[in-house]
Write a protein that binds this ligand. Structure first.
Ligand code: NAP
Length: 292
């Protein structure tokens, strides 16, 4: 069994990004600049945004954090997005989700200029991804694909089962694994209504679990020699930790790992790759790789 080390892979890629950025700057170009909008004080969101700002530093990017209290109006948030859309110094920006209930998330996502949508959530980027055109691909699926490639894990013609059909993980992951130029796999997507989910998983060469149910994937669902990618990150109370919680994946790691050819741990698997791919998308935005 090989452990897929997302932390080390992300560190390597961030070093590669930094090297490229320094070359751009030495040649007289500008440092990529990522802005993040954070609304409210959700613990998870605070951590994610802090880590994104730290990743910017590691990659040699400029970063700007814009904070609002959770009683901000949708209109004020839309005005802030408009300013970022028109600010030539900002190459890309994200609005950290989830947003307070009184704000329409989809309206916010669609207000972002698709050329600066480094999260890849705008329908234009989602649509272009679905038909295989150059675009910003959302960070978690892109990170998983990158891990599979960097570990030379064969995907072409393999059977891939994806657990979960969310807009940010399951659906784009299925699109990417299916497409010829990416995964080129035979893809099955399972969700909370799927029948015979265990039997589907047992046939899989690759299982990508993104449901948010700690320990859902057990050894009796996994074929010998399969590759397991665990996207789940649920905070489970743990009094022995300073933070008061620990992160739990969707896979029963201890019993599943011995059956696998490859497996990602939680933490240290998909998570660090997600932030790293946001950096890669920001570099692409700065280089105007997809859109002029
Ligand atoms: P989500 O929007 O809550 O979607 C969960 C999906 O799982 C839904 O499609 C749901 O089915 C399905 N599901 C729920 N219970 C199920 C069950 N018992 N059997 C089969 N399918 C079931 O979740 P998400 O945003 O995709 O996130 C999933 C997990 O990944 C969470 O733990 C999240 O924290 C984590 N995550 C991690 C990263 C990272 O960077 N590591 C990034 C994003 C998300 P229905 O559609 O039928 O409801």
């Amino acid at each position: 069994m090989t452990l897929i080390d997302g932390k080390a892979t992300a560190a390597t890629i961030k070093a590669e990004i930094k090297e490229e950025v320094e070359k751009i700057v030495q040649a007289g170009g500008k440092r990529p600049h990522l802005a993040a909008i954070l609304v409210g004080h959700d613990g998870g969101s605070e951590t994610y945004v802090r880590n994104k700002v730290l990743a910017c530093e590691a990659c040699g990017f400029e970063s700007t954090l814009i904070r609002f209290e959770d009683d901000i109006t949708e209109q004020t948030l839309l005005e802030c997005i408009e300013q970022l859309n028109n600010n030539a110094d900002i190459d890309g920006f994200i609005v950290q989700l989830p947003l307070p209930r009184h704000i329409n998330e989809q309206r916010i996502i669609e207000a972002i200029d698709y050329r600066k949508d480094v999260d890849g959530f705008h329908p234009l980027n989602v649509g272009r991804m679905a038909i295989g055109l150059p675009c910003f691909i959302s960070a978690t699926p892109l990170g998983i694909l990158t891990l599979l490639r960097r570990y030379d894990i064969p995907t072409s013609g393999k059977k891939c089962v994806i657990l979960g059909r969310s807009n940010i993980v399951g659906k784009p992951m299925a699109q990417l694994m299916m497409q010829k130029q990416y995964g080129d796999a035979t893809v099955t997507v399972c969700h909370s209504r799927s029948e015979n989910l265990r039997e589907e998983c047992l046939k899989a060469d690759i299982i990508i679990a993104a449901i948010g149910k700690p320990g859902f994937v057990t050894a009796d669902m996994v074929k010998e020699g399969a590759t397991i990618v665990d996207v789940g990150t649920t905070r489970v109370p743990d009094a022995s930790r300073k933070s008061g919680f620990r992160l739990c994946g969707d896979v029963q790691f201890d019993e599943v790992a011995p059956k696998c050819a490859y497996i990602t741990p939680v933490p240290g698997g998909v998570g660090p790759m997600t932030i790293c791919m946001l950096m890669l998308n920001t570099l692409s935005a700065a280089k105007k790789e997809f859109y002029k």
